[in-house]
Design a protein around this ligand. Sequence first.
Ligand code: NAD
Length: 260
Amino acid sequence: MTAHVTPAATITTVREWVESAKRVVVLTGAGISTESGIPDFRGPNGVWTRDPEAEKLSDIRYYTHDPKIRKAAWRSRLTHPAWKAEPNSGHLALVQLERRGNLHALITQNIDGLHLRAGNSPERVVEVHGNLHQAICLSCGRKGAMQAVLDRVRAGEEDPACEECGGILKSDTISFGQSLIPEVIEHAMQAAHETDLLLAVGTSLQVFPVANAVPIARTQGARIVIINAEATQFDDIADARLYGRIGEDLPRICGRHDAA
Ligand code: NAD
């Protein structure tokens, strides 16, 4: 990633917008967690950038039809960097933002659970793509702790089945080709309608319908700030565009965690 430093004047302006906004909505993507050691998908060191075949592991059509893909997915879950990751200064800045009292919603596409671990409250966090820490049976819908299923993988089951009905197990996350949970995405889009300042952070804004939060907020008259190292398709409707490192820029615009 190119080391781009955001000009101080841009930081000051955006910080003032954050301070004066009544209902800030933040939309985060994989880019906020790269500094916690979890690679994104499409950035320069992204999982799919390095290995396009890896995309199949996140596609429900391959997952349900091909046991080889499921076995590979379970192997990859065993060593997922999320198990050891800690929230970074970007996540902590959003906790600080909530403490200010004007965080309306924190919509995240991430499945790593780091916003909740950092200390944002469950009432504010909308995990539109689910959470890796839970497993679900695709047949009976039974949910359970992911670590309990991973223990079975470690014990030698390459593709563990549901203990209740024998169905296919998967992380309780939304894969490509899978439907979103209607009330969860509706909650996210409603927040986008209500915001007066939307910050899109660490997302390439290529995954829909979540990315619609940006044009929806714009149409409602909200300010739009995009913080992402690479260009996005919505850059031209943004009021400010920050290309710097999220772990540096977010604390500068939201206030530092230790300043609470
Ligand atoms: P993406 O991979 O499409 O885009 C991430 C963007 O973040 C890239 O444009 C990259 O340039 C930018 N970026 C990375 N690190 C940055 C940094 N430190 N500072 C500034 N910019 C940085 O991610 P997406 O838009 O979230 O879409 C990927 C999908 O995959 C999402 O739906 C998400 O559910 C899932 N995913 C989640 C995780 C996670 O939970 N941490 C990780 C990978 C993928």
